[in-house]
Design a protein around this ligand. Structure first.
Ligand SMILES: Nc1ncnc2c1ncn2[C@@H]1O[C@H](COP(=O)(O)OP(=O)(O)O)[C@@H](O)[C@H]1O
Ligand SMILES: [Mg+2]
Length: 298
């Protein structure tokens, strides 16, 4: 177990112990405002809000240091508006299933999970939309693990068993309008599950819930797994994260070949060190917008 994993485990254990103690104390206290579970009405069945523990997320490398948050927020604004425009059909033709956004990359370590989380946080700030972040990196469900849901039922369980209600597994978070669906259990049959017609129906259903919900999928690397190709088929927009100065161009091109024919693909050049003030660049391209990487927005 790595140092980071140990730190996460320790923090989670102490948090769980503290909340169990607090719940026991509240239930025991006379006149307590918090009713014991058996006395609470139907509202008690609603899944509790998931706290996106900033310290844990930072330790895991999924949030930038506090001092970089403002700059990152500016960069994610540049990334999210074209995606939102295509999802909602604002100023551009609506992209079919554009509300289903897959965060992809050729190789591991390019910043998919970082981008999926930070893009979701940025989208959730928008007034008129809700965001569902789905951990579809079923082989390496880092988000689920960091958020303490590594052993909880999630996406795969819903796909495997039609009687499982997905909305019951979606956890609201302490960030307004942002909810989370964990990867779920047992990844052996993941490719088949993600390729199934049930997945197609499920993704449509997820996006249509409540009118305006954008669904962001963290995903496995395009060139190393078969699960990601299954996700490509069901999502309406794909953001390919490319780690600057690291990923060789032929590797990026190989990944883009897998996406050939997909109507809405954008590239994010991530972690560029070319200038301190512009560490994050956004490039977009698509069949409707001209040649690849011709729209530098940063
Ligand atoms: N824009 C970014 N700024 C700072 N660190 C980043 C950024 N994107 C990724 N990282 C770091 O790079 C590493 C790999 O990112 P991650 O999102 O886990 O990649 P992937 O999900 O593609 O495997 C993580 O340690 C993360 O902290
Ligand atoms: Mg990842």
């Amino acid at each position: 177990m790595s140092v980071v994993e140990k730190a996460i485990r320790k923090l989670q254990e102490s948090k769980q112990a503290a909340s169990a103690e607090a719940a026991a104390a509240a239930a025991a206290a006379p006149g307590s405002a918090v009713p014991p579970p058996e006395a609470a009405g139907p509202a008690a069945a609603a899944p509790p809000a998931l706290v996106l523990e900033r310290g844990l997320l930072r330790t895991a490398g999924l949030l930038p240091p506090e001092q970089d948050m403002a700059q990152l927020a500016r960069q994610y604004r540049r990334i999210k508006y074209p995606l939102m425009a295509q999802a909602m059909g604002r100023g551009v033709p609506r992209t079919p299933k554009g509300y289903l956004i897959m965060i992809a990359s050729a190789m591991p370590g390019e910043g998919k999970t970082f981008t999926a989380l930070n893009l979701s946080l940025s989208l959730a700030l928008e007034k008129d939309i809700k965001v569902l972040l789905v951990d579809a990196d079923v082989a390496k469900p880092q988000l689920s693990q960091v958020l303490g849901l590594g052993n909880a039922p999630g996406l795969l369980d819903v796909l495997r068993d039609g009687s499982v209600d997905v909305e019951a597994l979606i956890r609201p978070t302490d960030v307004p309008k942002l909810s989370f669906l964990s990867a779920g259990l047992g990844a052996v049959d993941a490719t088949e599950l993600l390729s199934s017609t049930r997945m197609e129906r499920l993704t449509t259903l997820l996006g249509q819930h409540d009118g305006a919900r954008i669904v962001v999928f963290d995903s496995p690397p395009l060139l190393q797994t078969t699960e990601s190709a299954a996700l490509v088929r069901v999502t309406g927009q794909i953001v390919v994260v490319v780690r600057a100065e690291t990923t060789p161009q032929p590797v990026v091109l190989d990944a883009l070949k897998i996406l050939d024919g997909h109507p809405a693909v954008s590239l994010v050049l991530n972690q560029s060190t070319r200038a301190v003030t512009s560490s994050y660049y956004y490039y977009g391209y698509g069949t409707e917008r001209g040649s690849p990487a011709d729209q530098t927005a940063a």
